[in-house]
Write a protein that binds this ligand. Sequence first.
Ligand code: ASP
Ligand code: MG
Length: 436
Amino acid sequence: MKVLKFGGTSVGSAQRMKEVEILLRQDGKKVVVLSAMSGTTNSLVEIANYLFANKNEIASNLLEGLKSKYLQTVNELYKSDNFKSKAKDLVYSHFNYLLSFTRDLFTIHEEKAVLAQGELLSTALFQLYLEELNVNSVLIPALKFMRIDKDLEPDYFYIQENLNRILEENKSVDIFVTQGFICRNVYGEIDNLKRGGSDYSASLMGVAVKAEEVQIWTDIDGMHNNDPRIVEKTMPIQQLSFDEAAELAYFGAKILHPTSVLPAKKANIPVRLKSTIEPNAFGTLITSQTSGKGIKAIAAKDGISAIKINSGRMLLAYGFLRKVFEIFELFKTSIDMITTSEVAVSVTIDDDKNLNDIKKELEKYGRVEIDRNQTIVCIVGDFISGDKGIANQIFSVLKEIPIRMISYGGSNHNISILINTKDKQLALKELNKLFY
Ligand code: ASP
Ligand code: MG
């Protein structure tokens, strides 16, 4: 069994759905996980916001607009009038449900039900298309087996039991189409795995069915060794270890959602990143193996704030760092990088929502300085600590760039450097020299 996930742009039009069907014409049973058609989830978020604000007329106009896009897709996708009419009924039933919210007061829990319609629609339409082509397939509702527990973590046992039972009940079927992103919570309500969560769905399902491979299909031919928007001639990385991929996914390589690496790593299930535009390209294969020492890729994450706490109290004192970290914990703000000296500590955060409150609390312990508009440049690879020369290579190409923080040795897979965002372009270009 393989699990194949197709993202929003890969199912973003009738034409793209037809291309996905062609890609499925290979042997073996498959679970096919789809996102909502591109743009749909964003539109539904916008519509839900209008419903919250009691602007029901605007919401209803937006829904009518979205509905006509789906009706157009229906016209282009199916050949026979019979299937066109079945598909139209589907579209009408989902939109009638959505429109029902415009006639009532909207509650926070209904938002999840609204968002779920995107994936419910894309999968129902796609599976109906497979039926028209006589492909041996079935639609299996993710809401019957995807579940999160009271801590909002996936309920592995429930998912495994229920997904395998459903597959068992459909033994003769080759292709199981299902929704990414959506699930139920402990109360049985419709919930989701947060934005971009379809990759996570695919990886969780891969673990549940002990898949031979999870494939994530997007528009990009794998994770690249640098940011293609900034550096010319970047290349896809053919092989990455789970740890390397996790570092890269977090640091802005938008192609794979960071949460999806962990389940696959735990169950040791290979994850392959593939492009629907260049299906024959190798892509990136993520496994437990590393493809050798050295630098594999460079990524950058903008929008970082650096916070420095200077305190005489830190000198030869214990418990100081705990007090600092507790403040971040109190404001549910996660810290990315840390560097310390005897009299000061610097940390970075990417969520600065509570920065003013955090600063006030920190000031009880010392003088606080904040630098905004910072970028973490992250160099990912296999650096066995003590490996000679790597730091030297990195800093020699960066000699013109002021560096605010350095983190080395935290793991064998990541060297992070904090710089001002205005220097990012130069840094990425200079670091690219390390690949040649
Ligand atoms: N459709 C959802 C989103 O746009 C989930 C996903 O595509 O991964 O966030
Ligand atoms: Mg995505």
